[in-house]
Design a protein around this ligand. Sequence first.
Ligand code: NZQ
Ligand code: ZN
Length: 388
Amino acid sequence: MLGNFSYCNPTKLYFGKDAVEYLPKELKKYGKNVLLCYGGGSIKKNGVYDAVVEKLKISGKNIIEDPGVMPNPTAKKLNEGCKLARENNVDLILAVGGGSTCDYAKAVSVSAYCDCDPWKKYYLEMQEPDNRIIPVGCVLTMVGTGSEMNGGSVITNHEQKLKIGHVFGEEVMPKFAILNPEYTFTVPKKQMTAGIYDAFNHICEQYFSGDDDNTSDYISEGLMKSLIESSRKAVVDPQDYEARSNIMWSATWALNTLVAKGKSTDWEVHMIGQAVGAYTDATHGMTLSAVSLPYYRFIMDSGLHKFKRFAVNVWNIDPEGKTDREVADEGLLAMESWMKELGVTLNITDLGVTEDMLEGIADATFLCDGGYKVLTREDVITILKESM
Ligand code: NZQ
Ligand code: ZN
């Protein structure tokens, strides 16, 4: 049964090959000073930087550059961005990049005028912003997180060995997002497949929870099927526009708040993956792929009805003459073989995890109560050992 909810997604999307042409239309809604955030330089090699800067210039903007946003943006980098934003009286933060850049932009947006330590306020204490918020816009170059159309912002604190996400409200979600699938053609295969698995797992996190008869789960099954189909084409031909555009659109829907509406959700794979990320700084999607199969096999009996449905509706497993458990097992085997086809990481050892880290990773793992089985710290250790 669907629970009660309200729904509003304020992000305006422009999708397609000419999406950047709509950037000036959005830019004119904001003042002169634009903080241009980007990562380690991929946008300078593939022409996206030039395309965006041209639009900023014809719109008469004063550009304040904030490069060097690293994958898994840090609390230290956040403090630098806040200083830049404040000192230049920034009117708009424009994130050009993937989830890391977009998450970082949202973090700067709420933190620039925060009168205490933003890491403590927003990430450790999960407080809501009560100060001036700078609007954020996004030009997406890497697909997976859904950050372009949600309020999520994940920050890593290496000193404290913690990676924590805060899901901010509508006022922090990007005001607009430019989505040109061609911008993703240059994403390296490892990042592309990590992003695809990230998006797939976002759907799993919302699907493997609650009862069966709700519209959200049917939407989720459609999105998962589209991702499976398109990812198989994109790994063969990264420039397949149809495949890349379907992946981009599915990934946005996977985490733009829609499929979570009216139902409970899990998020335990992300909690374990983020703790692994805090210890290894590994690529986000790979931290998820490395722990997913052991986790789902561990909880399968507690949500057998849903794992059976997943096998039949998503992986086309024929249930005839089989027990529910056999069908569910076959579904996870089909998922495993797809993950191998993509080439995503299937164990945490390859991400740099060693035995002596397991206790610390378990301590850094938040335990969720929305999934089919509420884990204990010992369960997390068992899953981590299975993932080695
Ligand atoms: O830094 P540059 O040089 O741009 O290179 C990036 C980076 O090395 C590269 N890249 C991006 N677009 C490219 C490209 N290379 C060539 N051509 C392009 N067009 O890809 C690398 C990874 O980028 P990143 O932004 O880190 O990847 P992703 O989009 O996966 O973001 C990961 C971050 O998002 C957080 C993760 O925890 C992680 O910190 N998440 C955010 C969520 C949210 N906002 O809701 C939810 C997710 O579950 C996730 O936790
Ligand atoms: Zn994710």
